[in-house]
Design a protein around this ligand. Structure first.
Ligand SMILES: Nc1ncnc2c1ncn2[C@@H]1O[C@H](COP(=O)(O)OP(=O)(O)OP(=O)(O)O)[C@@H](O)[C@H]1O
Length: 248
């Protein structure tokens, strides 16, 4: 049986006036490429914060890599690329190389030296995302999609086992979204990297993902992408509370 990296059992979370998540049970196994879909306000960020240990559930249980989340020590095993990473303006004074190298700081700790092979790690991470030609470029002079790739390289440089990407296709042209998914699928298959891609947009979910979970306060569907494809747009719309269009 595949190893579970994330297990949520009956997890609920409430902000002061809002019940954000209700009885969430979800399991992400090693090697999965999961698209977590939910409209604005459906609880995606709250769920990510619970997984990243930034919030504690009101009830239920969260296990990371088989350990209780509250005892989990290996945060560096989880790479996270936030939604706002690719929002640098052209004057931002850092090169691609510097941005990616800063991803090693979690591994080396404050004031310790970078590993001897840091430059090799940086180049290899940039190669994985197809950005090795841009090493010396200023980050602010790249397109939104290119910046997004650099931030994925920044997460990759510390060799995480699980990569969480929050709305990564926002800011990427529709014609480049497929190439972006191809790059993620390569990391998933050839580096055995488990992936969770969070999105509000059913349209952008590619056949490259293995699993889909639909969230709207609770989980309405969690299964293989092939099975998700057999579900009608009307059904998904009823979970989301608005109409959707699936593109194949
Ligand atoms: N800090 C907070 N305090 C109070 N309520 C909050 C807080 N953060 C989120 N909420 C509420 O909890 C619910 C879930 O919000 P959450 O940010 O998890 O959704 P989301 O799916 O990430 O949305 P989006 O796609 O817009 O980022 C929403 O109704 C939101 O208004």
């Amino acid at each position: 049986m595949k190893k579970p990296l994330i297990e949520l059992k009956d997890v609920s979370f409430q902000y002061e006036y809002t019940q954000a998540l209700k009885n969430i049970s979800l399991r992400v196994n090693e090697g999965d490429f999961l698209a977590l879909i939910g409209q604005n306000g459906s609880g995606k960020s709250t769920l990510l914060k619970l997984i990243l240990g930034l919030l504690k559930p009101m009830s239920g249980e969260i296990k990371l890599f088989g350990e209780q989340a509250s005892h989990f020590k290996h945060r560096e095993w989880i790479g996270y690329v936030s939604q706002k990473s690719n929002a640098f303006n052209s004057g931002f004074p850092a090169t691609v190389e510097e941005v990616v190298k800063s991803g090693l700081s979690q591994k080396v700790g404050l004031f310790k030296r970078y590993p001897k092979d840091a430059d090799i790690l940086v180049k290899s991470a940039l190669k994985d995302v197809g950005m090795d030609k841009f090493l010396k470029r200023n980050i602010g002079q790249l397109s939104g999609g290119q910046q997004q790739r650099v931030f994925i390289a920044r997460a990759l440089v510390s060799d995480p086992k699980l990569l969480i990407l929050d709305e990564p296709t926002v800011g990427i042209d529709r014609e480049n979204v497929q190439a972006f998914y191809d790059m993620l699928a390569h990391l998933n298959k050839h580096h055995n990297m488990t992936m969770i891609l969070v999105t509000h947009d059913v349209d952008t979910v590619s056949d490259r993902v293995s699993h889909v979970a639909c969230l709207n306060q609770s989980i309405h569907f969690h299964g293989y992408k092939n099975d998700f494809d057999t579900i009608s747009e009307e059904q998904i719309a009823s979970w989301n509370g608005h109409s959707v269009r699936k593109i194949h």
